[in-house]
Write a protein of this length. Sequence first.
Length: 307
Amino acid sequence: MMKRKIISTMIAAAMAAVLAAGCGSSKAAGTSAGVKDSSKTTAEQSSEGASKKVLRVGMECAYAPFNWTQETDEVANDDKAVPIYGTNYYAYGYDVMMAKKIADGLGWDLEVHKVEWDSIGMGLDSKEYDCIIAGMGKTNEREQAYDFTEPYYYRDICITVKKGSGLEDIKKLSDFKGKDITVTTQLGTAWVDLLDQIPDVQLGANYATTAECFMAVSNGAADACVIDLPTSQSAALTNDDLVLLDLDERDTIEDPTGSTNVCIAVRKGDTELKDSIQGVMDQISWNDKAKMDEMMGEAIKLQPAAN
């Protein structure tokens, strides 16, 4: 009888130990302890005990000079490129420089997520990242879906043509009349709605990336492309075939969409994050176009193909 009692006591103790261990590991259910769940917002991650908040940013990493991908973290100005989440590559460019200023001002870590432009909004909606810093213009249409900071860059629109095409000496938009040129731009951008301002324009195929747009001009698939000025300047540095038209400001493409105002987007209603980001921008007085142009000029010179 005594023997049975001892055995029963040992079994009960063992079961209690198993139950206690199960209670202690409940925090790991669904995600490992200490590992961030990328589906959660920055605030949710912080509330779970992360030692430091993370600014998770979505960008193409393929839109120089705003953002690009490189193999190492080395940058010619002795700054450091930022690791691209889930890869062995790094991101740099104007957008990354801006994101670093904001993360530093907030006292947060920075996490860059590489995403295709045509799905960049979906990634924000699904909480893969918490904001978009990707050369995105604040248009009326986009304001219906997202909240935006004040501009962190102001850009001009540019028409790029091929050297030797007979178009490189055009000085006014009206000079295109009767030329029936084929024009392209990047898919999913506000520039698509600007193309028909060119007289007698033929709308060609649009492309997923700006690099493909410039290549279309270079190989003759299109006569011209309409892209923002800094991106066009960046392309011309690496392709001698390209010529940027300097049109009379009284006779050039106008942008009623607002896409020349480049802003940071957050999810609709995420006022806390938007105000935190804007607070840093205000603190460093990031509303001076001369200061913005100076940093953009540096980004253009720093892009890998320009060195």
